[in-house]
Design a protein around this ligand. Structure first.
Ligand code: GLN
Length: 484
C-alpha cells in the first residue's frame, strides 16, 4: 500500500466539497500506520476510533453545507510532550507513563477547531533532550529513509510520521532545533516560529525561554496552513503575541537579500553537506534572490550558551517530577521523603535527563551562577544584537540546518559530540527568531536540509522561500525507499 496521492494541503477543500470523505482519508492514514509503523516506531499511542468519529462528524457537516475548517480532514500527529485530552502525555519518559492530562494544548485545540484530526502521539527524546530520538524511554524511532539511521530529534516521531505518509502533518516542539533537526534528517519542512507566536499552553516545559510549538509537513503549503491555524495570542500564555501573520514579500523571492552566514559552514560540517547547501543557494539566486556572504561574530559561542541556559531551566522545570506532584512514586508509604524522591527520580528519568538536571543545578548554585548563567545571558543579548544588525543588510539568513547527514543508530558518540550537531540550530532559540528547515538535496541518498532564519514574526518570508524551493528546485519530497 502506497502513501495517499493528494498533497495534504489539498485535502480540506476536497472534504468540504464532498469529493473526498474525511473518514476514508483518515482510515487510509491508519492503514498506512498499521503497515509502516511496526518498522518506524514513530507513534507511542494512536486512537483510531476517536479519529474516525471526528472524521464522520466532519463529513456530516460538509454534507449539510457547513464550513468544516481550513484543516478539515487532515490527520495530525502530536509530539508526546504536547497535551491532548484523552491521550497520554509521557514526554518519552517512564516517569510520566500513564499520565493523562485533563486538557489539550491551545495549539492542538486551534488545529482541531479548524478540522484537523489527532491520530496519535509521537515519540521523542525524553523531555525533548536530544537530537536522535534514541533518548526516548520507550525505544528509538527509525529514519524511514534508512532504517539503520536516526530520524533526528527530539521531534523524531513527528517528522518520521510525516515522511512515511503516516500523518498529513504534525506538531513538534523546538527548544534548540528539535523541529528543524528531524525535518532535515527526514526530508520534510519544519518551522520553528518566533518566540511568542504560538501559545505554549499545554506544552510540557523543558526550557521555556527557548521553546516553541511548530508545524512539520511534507511541503511548505501544508506547513503554512497548520502554522496559520495555531498562531496567535492566547490569554493562557502571557508570552504569546498578537502580531498578525504576514503575507510575504510582494515580489516573492525576486530581489530577496539572502545572507549566507559564514559560521554556519564552519568546522565540523561535512563538506558534501555544505556543498549541497551552496548548490541550493545558487538555485535561489537563479530564482531571483540576491545571495551574499555575512558573518555573525558571536555564533561560535551559541552552543555553550544554549546548553548552559537549557540545562539551568531544565533543572528547575523538572523538579516537579517527584512522585507526589507528578510522576510515579516508586516507594509507597515511606516516611523518608528525600529517599522516596531520589528513588522515583533515579528510576523514572533516563541517563541524559539526569545528567542535565545535575549540570543545571550546578550552574545555578550560588558560587557559579554569575560565572555561567549570567554570562551566558549576556552573550545571548549580544547574539540578538548581532542578528538585528545582519538583518539591516539581509532579509533572511541561511546555512545548513544540520552539519551532517543522519547518523547511524547506536553510533558511539560522547554526550559532548552529540551536543555539537546542534551548532547551527540553537541561535534561533536564543534570539527567539523564526527559522525553517527545507529539504535541499541528498548526500549518498541521505537527506540534507537548508535552514533559513528571518527577523521576528516574518515566518511568511520563510514560507515563501520554502514554497519556491519546493516548486522550482525540484527537491524530491517523495516517499523514501524504506517506506514508500
Ligand atoms: N538537541 C537539543 C537539546 O538536546 C535541542 C532539543 C530541543 O529542541 N528540544 O537540547
Amino acid at each position: 500500500m502506497t502513501r495517499h496521492p493528494a498533497s495534504p494541503h489539498m485535502i480540506p477543500s476536497m472534504v468540504q466539497s464532498g469529493e473526498l470523505s474525511a473518514e476514508e482519508y483518515v482510515s487510509f492514514l491508519f492503514e498506512r500506520i498499521e503497515q509502516v509503523d511496526t518498522k518506524v516506531h514513530a507513534y507511542l499511542q494512536t486512537d483510531r476510533d476517536r479519529a474516525v468519529a471526528k472524521a464522520r462528524e466532519l463529513d456530516r457537516r460538509a454534507k449539510r453545507g457547513e464550513k468544516v475548517g481550513r484543516l478539515a480532514g487532515l490527520g495530525i500527529a502530536v509530539k508526546d510532550n504536547i497535551c491532548v485530552k484523552s491521550f497520554q502525555a509521557t514526554c518519552g519518559s517512564k516517569i510520566l507513563a500513564g499520565f493523562n492530562p485533563p486538557y489539550s494544548a491551545t495549539a492542538v485545540l486551534r488545529a482541531e477547531t479548524e478540522g484537523a484530526i489527532v491520530l496519535g502521539k509521537t515519540n521523542l527524546d525524553e523531555f525533548g533532550m536530544g537530537n536522535t530520538t534514541q533518548n526516548s524511554g520507550f525505544g528509538p524511532t527509525l529514519n524511514p529513509w534508512d532504517f539503520a539511521r536516526v530520524p533526528g530529534g527530539s521531534s523524531g516521531g513527528s517528522a518520521a510520521a510525516v515522511t512515511a505518509g503516516m500523518a498529513s502533518a504534525s506538531l513538534g516542539s523546538d527548544t534548540g532545533g528539535s523541529i528543524r533537526c528531524p525535518a532535515s534528517f527526514c526530508s520534510v519542512v519544519g518551522l520553528k516560529p518566533t518566540y511568542g507566536r504560538v501559545s505554549r499552553y499545554g506544552l510540557i516545559a523543558y526550557a521555556n525561554s527557548l521553546e516553541q510549538i511548530g508545524p512539520i509537513g511534507p511541503d511548505a503549503e501544508t506547513v503554512s496552513l497548520l502554522f496559520e491555524s495555531i498562531a496567535g495570542h492566547d490569554p493562557q500564555d502571557p508570552t504569546s503575541s498578537d502580531v498578525e501573520v504576514g503575507t510575504g514579500h510582494e515580489t516573492g523571492i525576486k530581489g530577496l537579500r539572502i545572507g549566507r552566514v559564514k559560521e554556519f559552514f564552519g568546522a565540523g560540517a561535512q563538506p558534501k553537506v555544505s556543498e549541497t547547501v551552496m548548490d541550493s543557494c545558487d538555485r535561489l539566486e537563479a530564482s531571483g534572490a540576491k545571495v551574499g556572504e555575512t558573518s555573525i561574530a558571536s555564533l561560535p559561542h551559541a552552543l555553550p550558551v544554549y546548553y548552559i541556559i537549557a540545562m539551568a531551566e531544565a533543572s528547575s522545570n523538572l523538579s516537579r517530577y517527584d512522585g507526589v506532584r507528578y510522576g510515579m512514586p516508586t516507594e509507597k508509604g515511606t516516611a523518608d521523603w528525600n529517599a522516596a524522591f531520589a528513588r522515583t527520580r533515579s528510576d523514572g528519568f533516563g541517563e541524559e535527563v539526569r545528567r542535565r538536571i545535575l549540570l543545571g543545578t550546578f550552574i545555578l548554585t550560588a558560587g557559579y551562577y554569575d560565572a555561567y548563567y549570567v554570562r551566558a545571558q549576556k552573550v545571548r543579548a549580544l547574539l540578538t544584537q548581532e542578528f538585528e544588525l545582519a538583518f539591516k543588510s539581509f532579509d533572511v539568513l541561511i546555512g545548513p540546518t544540520m552539519p551532517v547527514v543522519p547518523p547511524k543508530l547506536g553510533e558511539k558518540v560522547t554526550p559532548l559530540e552529540d551536543y555539537l550537531i546542534d551548532v547551527n540550530t540553537v541561535a534561533a532559540n536564543l534570539t527567539g527568531l523564526p527559522a525553517i528547515s527545507v529539504p535541499c538535496g541528498f548526500v549518498g541518498g541521505l537527506p540534507v536540509g537548508i535552514q533559513v532564519i528571518a527577523p521576528s514574526f516574518r515566518e511568511d518570508v520563510l514560507l515563501q522561500v520554502a514554497r519556491v524551493m519546493g516548486k522550482e528546485h525540484g527537491v524530491k519530497l517523495a516517499p523514501p525507499a524504506g517506506a514508500s
